[in-house]
Design a protein around this ligand. Structure first.
Ligand SMILES: *Cc1c(COP(=O)(O)O)cnc(C)c1O
Length: 361
């Protein structure tokens, strides 16, 4: 028998039921006369899709997976497409955490879905807060020490929502190597396109226990299409492939993603992201001039975390004018804090103008 490699070990961390799960056998095959899936033979008049919405999509969308793999610079077997990255978070918790036994580790303040997914699964949550006195940096040693035997997943969001900062690749690699064989490190890169730091995807080559989550909901402007991806070694994406329901991605989602990811797209994306970075810098300067603003944190993302002297009052005033910003001031980690997304130049002028009025009135 072959000795297990370190890459096999990641599958050994999965719930035993998942390791032995037999995937559903879907109606395979495309083209030809489809009389094997009980589909309708007619299309709806309003159906604008290429493939026809009367037909099931491919159980595993190979063409999209190939395009995503090209975009992320990895082999196709390293990509599992998901229904937004929320789906990836949920699937990973379900694959790795036995209810009542295993735990996930979070570094608050961070994205809320990690805890929701853990709560749904009945997994415990271990918290190692970010350091608020050091720009919400990662307390790497504390994470490793807290990575006790029951922790199966460590969720890191980089750039972090809602604080906007990125974690250092060296720190994340330290976590991956210290937790090898014990826990999976999941790096949520929902905002990495806006960051000055590169993606951790190239690092996956070295760590079986590293998974990177990507989404089309932010820089790619397709939040309504619900598309994300888990990028990881094939041993891990193989588990995801077994757990994902067949036909998980709708035909329209697959088609719009294929149309988006054409040859010209990287340039288009770069220009748009640069536009957001410029507006982010302009917004930061404008906010810092307001009397009621106490702090604006540097951001690697398409939002700013801002501390006001009266956050609930500010959010209420802007809300009355139909401008929605997110109040985090009731979070124990974020007293007085509000998160403001960077919009178009005109939208940003509007919120700045409103905040100037609030400051004066
Ligand atoms: C917005 C966001 C996502 C995206 O979730 P989708 O399900 O892909 O829309 C994932 N992670 C973080 C941290 C986010 O802020």
């Amino acid at each position: 028998m072959r000795e297990p490699t370190e890459f096999d070990l990641i599958t050994a961390l999965a719930r035993p039921e998942i390791q032995t799960l037999a995937a559903y056998q879907s109606a395979a095959g495309s083209g030809g006369l489809r009389l094997h899936a009980n589909e309708a033979p007619w299309r709806q008049d309003c159906d604008r899709s290429r493939g026809g919405l009367n037909r099931y999509p491919q159980p595993w969308p190979d063409e999209l997976v190939g395009r995503l793999a090209g975009y992320y610079g990895v082999p196709g077997e390293w990509v599992a497409p998901t229904r937004g990255s929320d789906d990836g978070i949920d699937l990973l918790v379900r694959i790795f955490c036995r209810p009542g036994e295993d735990a996930v580790l979070l570094c608050p303040p961070t994205f809320g879905m990690y805890r929701v997914a853990a709560d749904i699964q009945g997994a415990a949550v271990v918290e190692v807060p970010l350091d608020p006195d050091d720009g919400f940096s990662l307390r790497t040693r504390a994470v490793i020490e807290a990575g006790e035997s029951s922790v199966r997943l460590v969720f890191l969001c980089s750039p972090n929502n809602p604080t906007g900062n990125s974690f250092s690749a060296d720190d994340i690699e330290t976590l991956c190597s210290d937790l090898a064989g014990k826990a999976l490190v999941v790096v949520d890169e929902a905002y990495v396109e806006f960051s000055s730091l590169p993606s951790l995807i190239p690092v996956i080559r070295r760590y079986a226990n590293l998974a990177v989550l990507r989404t089309f909901s932010k820089a790619h402007a397709l939040a309504g299409a619900r598309l994300g991806a888990v990028v990881a070694r094939p041993e891990l994406t193989g588990l995801l492939r077994r757990v994902l329901p067949p036909y998980a991605l709708p035909t329209e989602t697959i088609e719009v993603a294929l149309r988006t990811l054409d040859e010209a797209y990287p340039e288009v994306l770069t220009a748009r992201v640069e536009g957001i970075a410029k507006e982010r810098a302009r917004m930061t300067r404008a906010l810092l001039e307001l009397d009621r603003v106490i702090e604006v944190w540097p951001s690697d993302a398409n939002f700013l975390l801002v501390k006001f002297d009266d956050a609930p009052g500010v959010v209420e005033r802007t809300g009355r004018e139909g401008v929605l910003i997110r109040d985090f001031s009731s979070s124990p980690w974020l007293p007085g804090c509000v998160r403001i997304s960077i919009g178009s130049a005109g939208q940003n002028d509007r919120i700045i103008g409103l905040l100037q009025e609030v400051a004066n009135g």
